[in-house]
Design a protein around this ligand. Sequence first.
Ligand SMILES: Cc1cc2nc3c(=O)[nH]c(=O)nc-3n(C[C@H](O)[C@H](O)[C@H](O)COP(=O)(O)OP(=O)(O)OC[C@H]3O[C@@H](n4cnc5c(N)ncnc54)[C@H](O)[C@@H]3O)c2cc1C
Length: 492
Amino acid sequence: MKNINSYRKFERNEHPVNENGDYVLYWMQINRRFQYNYALEYAVAWANKLGKPLLVYEGLNVDYPWACDRFHTFLMEGMKENLEFATDHGVNYFSYVEPKCEAGKGLFYRLAEKSCCVISDEFPVFIIRKHNERVADRIEVPFTTIDSNGIIPLGITDKDPYSAYLFRKVMQKYFLEGFTNPPQKDPLNELENATAVKLSDEFLNDYPSATDDFEDISETVSKLDIDHSVPAVDESGTRAAALGKLGHFIAHSLFDYDEKRNHPDEKKSSGLSPWLHFGKISEYEIVETVLNHQPEDWSLNDLTPNGGKNSGFFNGDPSIESFLDEVITWREVGFHFAHHRPDYDEFDSLPDWVKKTMDAHRDDTREYVYTLEELEQSKTHDEIWNAAQTQLREEGIIHNYLRMLWGKKVIEWTPDYRTALEYLIELNNKYALDGRDPNSYSGIFWCLGRFDRAWQEREVFGKLRYMTSESTRKKVRLKNYLESYGSDYHLK
Ligand SMILES: Cc1cc2nc3c(=O)[nH]c(=O)nc-3n(C[C@H](O)[C@H](O)[C@H](O)COP(=O)(O)OP(=O)(O)OC[C@H]3O[C@@H](n4cnc5c(N)ncnc54)[C@H](O)[C@@H]3O)c2cc1C
């Protein structure tokens, strides 16, 4: 029987290994960490097999959609931390920050040319999906991408799951096997050939290493050819910060998660999504840490597959069960969906029942219609929505419960459903630290009916699930939240 981790491997071309190459190249694109990383582990195994050193390349270009100070600063803080780790541990690590469009053109191909084979991260959306598709045919060595995204390997599902319930069934079937075949904590400890890789002066002249760029990150970022209108936020993009968040969550919020996470004033969710998005922390280590906090008499024998129900599988503490449902089922369903659907970000990927009900309601009168700019600047009549948008614009995050309301209202306030989708993608991906992720598309498309079922029919929404600010105000505690992000936010 195949080991479950073999479903993480995607061989993207059929070239033979270049035995004369100088190194095995690991191109760190999204799982930007040296720990708990199956792709790095696989690259180390290849280096050992060939008796070659390993070179890790981590780059940051300026030409990706929504590149701005916020994401560049967060990413560069993480890269700086990786450089320090590599220096301390004798890892061959080359990082590059592209100063202006096209400056980094050809860099990856020059590194690949001298390699025996290239290993990179499997990731089903955004520019990384495109890079991985494009690169395979343009290099002469094997190009393999490895999925380090979640516990259930992407290659296990054979088609896109249309509901969380359906995916949860798959998760329940494979969780134990996935969880008990974890990524190694420190894959670099296994590396046998520690020879230093020397890149040529000519190469370094064309593509100077980012080492100096990290000395004053905000100064470097201010000079880059990116959007400077979305400022950096007060969060550090390091792995150390991610581990600190996880520790804080476990100490102060985990056991209240089930009951209190929907209340913005309580601040009981983990806040980990930006670090999960940029791969600074692995889902596996979050799940492992959380499971270590189950009651003492709990063990993996308590797992009870129950046909996809959202409780009664992990058992033990109810808050742990509900947190794991979010971080495994809800997080991974989006990865598996996008993996099977190249149209994951297109309107036409919506289920037929959704398109049918939209057709029936496309001419319904919209009471309020806002422009993208009005939405962007929190200029609607709705206090709660404005506060959520202000939190997103200014701090790069939105409280989860309000994020659903935030998405639903845009459907109501735009002239048509396609415009709503376009505005939601734009606002989410422009401002959210965790944006441009499979879960960005899951969340936005969930508002438009993906992974959901038909509800009672009403104006504009048709059979889509409906949410109102009035009932939100009654249901959740948000007085302090509104004070924090209300209209006088900038005066604070
Ligand atoms: C309109 C809309 C847009 C969204 N855009 C994004 C996005 O750009 N990036 C993103 O990561 N998530 C997105 N989500 C999903 C969800 O809102 C966030 O993952 C969650 O709020 C992150 O906060 P947290 O880390 O404190 O979550 P916690 O409650 O602490 O959960 C832990 C982790 O589980 C996962 N998770 C939790 N809730 C969900 C969910 N509903 N769907 C998928 N995964 C979940 C996340 O990885 C999260 O970090 C969106 C949801 C909606 C409705």
